[in-house]
Design a protein around this ligand. Structure first.
Ligand code: OGA
Ligand code: MN
Length: 214
C-alpha cells in the first residue's frame, strides 16, 4: 500500500467528527484545542482594552422593541465582533470553517455566524435561559469560546447545561482559555454561575437565515 492509499485523517476532521457525534447524541459538545493559544490571548487583550475604554455595553435581553437591560437576569457587558482586527478576522475564519464542517456532517443548513465579546465583572452571572425559541428563532447552534488563562474553580463562572428531558444539570463547563462549548440553541437551557473574577468570552450563534429576526 502506498501513502496515497492510506486514509490520512486531518486531526481537525477527527475533532469535528467527535463534536458532531456529541451534538447529535446529546445536543451539546466541547472542543478544547480548536484555537491557537496565541489567538486566544490576542482576543482576550482586545476585550481587556475595550473594558478600559467604554468599548463594551451592558448586555440586554430580547431584540428590537423587546430589548431591555435587566441585571436580575444577566449582568455581562458585550461588544459585537466585526472583523475589525486581525485576531477577530482569524477567529471569524475559524468559525466559518466550523460552520462548514458541521453543515457537512449534520446538514443543519447553518448560514451565518454572529458573535460578541462578553465580560463578566466579579459578581456577574446569567440566569438560566435558552438562546432561541422554536418558531421565533433562527439561532440554531450556540457557541461560547472562553478566554481566561488558569481559571480557578473557586472563581465560579461555570457554564451549566441542563438536560432537555429531565431538566437536570448535565454538564458544568469551566471557562478556561481555549475551551469552546457548542450546543443546540432551542433545546439546551443553560446558566452562567456568579463569577468571582473577571471572566472573558466570546458568545456566538450559527443562524439559518441571513436576516436578524427583530
Ligand atoms: C449567552 C450565554 C454562556 C457563557 O451569552 O447567551 O449563555 O458561558 N453565555 O458565557
Ligand atoms: Mn445563552
Amino acid at each position: 500500500m502506498t501513502c496515497e492509499d492510506s486514509p490520512i485523517q486531518n486531526p481537525d476532521d477527527l475533532l469535528l467528527d467527535q463534536l458532531c457525534h456529541n451534538l447529535a447524541e446529546q445536543g451539546w459538545g466541547v472542543l478544547f484545542d480548536f484555537f491557537s493559544p496565541v489567538l486566544i490571548e490576542d482576543l482576550r487583550n482586545e476585550v481587556i482594552n475595550h473594558a478600559g475604554s467604554t468599548g463594551l455595553t451592558e448586555a440586554g435581553i430580547g431584540r428590537g422593541h423587546d430589548f431591555m437591560v435587566d441585571p436580575s437576569v444577566r449582568s455581562d457587558q458585550t461588544r459585537w465582533l466585526s472583523g475589525e482586527t486581525a485576531a477577530q478576522s482569524l477567529y471569524l475564519k475559524q468559525m466559518e470553517h466550523l460552520r462548514q464542517g458541521i453543515n457537512r456532517r449534520l446538514f443543519l443548513g447553518l448560514a451565518v455566524f454572529e458573535g460578541h465579546f462578553a465580560l463578566y465583572e466579579p459578581g456577574s452571572f446569567y440566569a438560566k435561559h435558552k438562546d432561541s425559541f422554536r418558531g421565533a428563532a433562527n439561532r440554531v447552534l450556540s457557541t461560547v469560546t472562553y478566554l481566561n488563562p488558569d481559571w480557578n474553580d473557586k472563581d465560579g463562572g461555570q457554564l451549566i447545561l441542563f438536560d432537555p428531558e429531565s431538566g437536570a444539570e448535565t454538564a458544568r463547563i469551566k471557562p478556561e482559555a481555549g475551551t469552546l462549548a457548542v450546543f443546540l440553541s432551542e433545546e439546551i437551557a443553560h446558566e452562567v454561575l456568579i463569577s468571582h473574577a473577571q471572566r472573558f468570552s466570546i458568545a456566538g450563534w450559527f443562524r439559518v437565515g441571513n436576516k436578524l429576526s427583530v
